[in-house]
Design a protein around this ligand. Structure first.
Ligand SMILES: C[S@@+](CC[C@H](N)C(=O)[O-])C[C@H]1O[C@@H](n2cnc3c(N)ncnc32)[C@H](O)[C@@H]1O
Length: 144
């Protein structure tokens, strides 16, 4: 356990044991400028999701305080709250879009076991440095 895995999450997930994870936190790529409000093509459908930020990504980043150099990094307080209310100590937290490593960093400090996956070499590097800085013992598995 406590692994950082480099690869496409759909492929990496196939290598994990079934029902071996207690919490999955998902933060997939956003600001794709895509429109997801029409799912079934029904004209009466209400808007369900729109992936556009007015002001662009810089506007969003402006609000984030703790920066590790990853553009879409999320606030640690958010993950702290989610993890504390969703899983107990020693439970396993999985983030298949690990990015700058917020989930695994916070999970480590809260004594949860953790698995991070990302297909970006840069993301894995940034997360590795972040975990290293907080003295987190983690094994990094490159390219699954
Ligand atoms: C929005 S960012 C995650 C940010 C993260 N929550 C944080 O706090 O730093 C999304 C991440 O998903 C990764 N990603 C996108 N598609 C992926 C895939 N199919 N498999 C693994 N990682 C993927 C991207 O490389 C990117 O780092």
């Amino acid at each position: 356990m406590n692994k950082l895995l480099l690869g496409d999450n759909l492929e990496v997930l196939k290598t994990l044991d079934e029902e071996s994870v207690d919490l999955i936190y998902l933060d997939p790529p956003f600001f794709s400028n895509r429109n997801y409000e029409v799912i079934w093509g029904d004209e009466g459908e209400i808007r369900s999701f729109q992936d556009r930020w007015s002001g662009g990504i810089d506007h969003y980043i402006y609000w984030l305080k703790e920066r590790v150099g990853y553009p879409t990094q999320k606030p640690e307080a958010l993950l702290d709250r989610i993890i504390k209310c969703a899983v107990d100590e020693s439970d396993i937290v999985l983030d298949p879009f690990v990015g700058g490593g917020t989930t695994v960093a916070v999970a480590g400090r809260l004594n949860r076991q953790r698995i991070g996956i990302d297909q970006s070499v840069q993301a894995v590097k940034v997360t590795e440095l972040r975990l290293d800085k907080q003295g987190d013992l983690f094994s990094v598995v490159k390219k699954i």
